[in-house]
Design a binder for this molecule. Structure first.
Ligand code: GDP
Ligand code: MN
Length: 391
């Protein structure tokens, strides 16, 4: 689960990380009033969407008068914002953050993630802030510094010094103190809220030597939400893909991808393998969908409906290995979904396992048009043939 910038900044404030003074605006008419309460000019108007790259995409506007603040809010709210991370259609902006504009001296990058190769929380720090960190890591890897953290010992002040004393030019002694405190707080936030990511880009020093988080990104590990009840309220469903949202409601593991082969599979491992085989056959999966090992007829129906709602899907592959999930249950679920809507694309079915004969029989005796594959590689070939030419 992702938080908005303004939500993450509220948390930062409580944990002693300095952020610019600011207020959320959902109604364009509030913008002028807010500028009167906040230090400025300048004021910075920032689109609140779950996507980065807003600066380059026109989602961050620096303004010098209350009137400009209003017109900037008007230019953002209610319109889609396209950034490098949103795709061509962009994402709808529902609200903006109005903040005091600061005089930036230097821009840094600071984040905390779990490094999967060492299985340790890791702080990443760079003096090349404000830019995309992936690009910095590629072009100037020596500027990306890391500290792995022993989760028992926690964040240690010497680790902050390891990072900060590599800076060239060095920081002023006042900024060193604030930077050390910001780093310790980022670790605190990360562990307190079961984050998978805390990212500040840029973390700036101002002309006055203060260390301030100009941007804030927080992602919470979904598996920990049961013990982060206060954060669940901050969830903004408007930011999610509607199909992913629907899948979430039905307890299905569904992730939208960029291809055009819809896939319905039981078991995460089999779903991964199916996507690999689809790719090997020269096609691209439109989704990852694991209906689960013990899916009910209802879940199959919901899963199939979600795939059918995806207009990019040009062929569907159902790959089920009936273990706990029986093939007859699968067949009935597919039919129940098909009854509600026509299936405008070719359907390829590969069934194996428990009650496979009954499952095949149910499908065969229905009005459903489908192709049967004898094994997984044939299924992938068939589905790739169906979409070749359609892109
Ligand atoms: P992102 O592009 O979505 O990551 O949005 P950011 O919050 O990082 O803002 C993009 C850029 O806007 C920053 O890197 C800054 O250069 C600039 N910016 C944001 N706030 C201020 C501010 O208060 N003063 C100044 N001068 N620039 C700002
Ligand atoms: Mn940023």
């Amino acid at each position: 689960m992702k938080l908005h910038e303004f939500q993450a900044k509220d948390i930062f404030r409580k944990f002693g990380i300095a952020v610019p003074d600011g207020e959320l605006v959902t109604d364009i008419n509030q913008a002028a009033g807010v500028t009167r309460k906040i230090n400025g000019p300048p004021w910075v108007i920032k689109a609140q969407v779950h996507a980065g790259g807003r600066g380059k995409g026109g989602g961050v506007i620096i303004t010098n008068t209350p009137d400009q603040a209003v017109s900037s809010a008007k230019a953002l709210i209610g319109k889609p914002l396209v950034t490098k991370q949103t795709g061509a259609d962009g994402v709808m902006v529902h609200q903006v953050l109005v903040e005091e504009g600061l005089e930036i001296d230097r821009e840094f990058y600071l984040s905390m993630v779990i490094d999967r190769s060492t299985a340790m929380p890791t702080m990443i720090f760079s003096q090349a802030g404000g830019m995309e960190i992936e690009e910095v890591a590629e072009k100037t890897p020596e500027l990306v510094l890391k500290e792995h953290i022993d989760p028992i010992a926690g964040w240690m002040p010497y680790q902050a010094r390891n990072l900060i004393y590599k800076l060239d030019p060095p920081l002023s002694s006042e900024s060193v103190k604030s930077m050390m405190s910001a780093m310790a707080s980022v670790y605190k936030v990360f562990t307190t809220f079961d984050c998978s990511l805390v990212e500040i880009n840029p973390l700036v020093t101002t002309k006055q030597g203060k260390v301030v988080a100009l941007d804030a990104k927080m992602s919470i590990d979904d598996n920990a939400l049961y013990r982060q009840k206060n954060l669940v309220e901050l969830d903004d469903p408007r930011e999610k893909d509607p199909l992913e949202l629907m899948a979430e409601k039905h307890n299905l593991n569904y992730i939208r991808l960029d291809g055009n082969v819809g896939a319905m599979v039981n078991g995460a491992g089999l779903a991964m393998a199916t996507m690999d085989v689809i790719k090997l056959a020269g096609a691209e999966p439109a989704n990852f969908l694991d209906v689960g090992g013990g899916a009910s007829e209802e879940m199959i129906k919901n899963g199939f409906e979600i795939i059918l709602k995806d207009s990019r899907v040009k062929a569907i592959l159902i790959n089920i290995f009936g273990g706990i999930l029986r093939c007859d249950v699968l067949a009935r679920g597919v039919l129940a979904a098909a009854e509600k809507t026509s299936i405008p694309v070719p359907l390829i079915v590969r069934l194996e396992g428990t009650n496979v004969d009954q499952g095949r029989e149910i499908l065969k005796n229905s009005d459903l048009e489908f192709l049967v594959a004898k094994d997984l590689s044939e299924a992938a070939e068939m589905v790739a043939n169906q979409v070749s030419g359609a892109s």
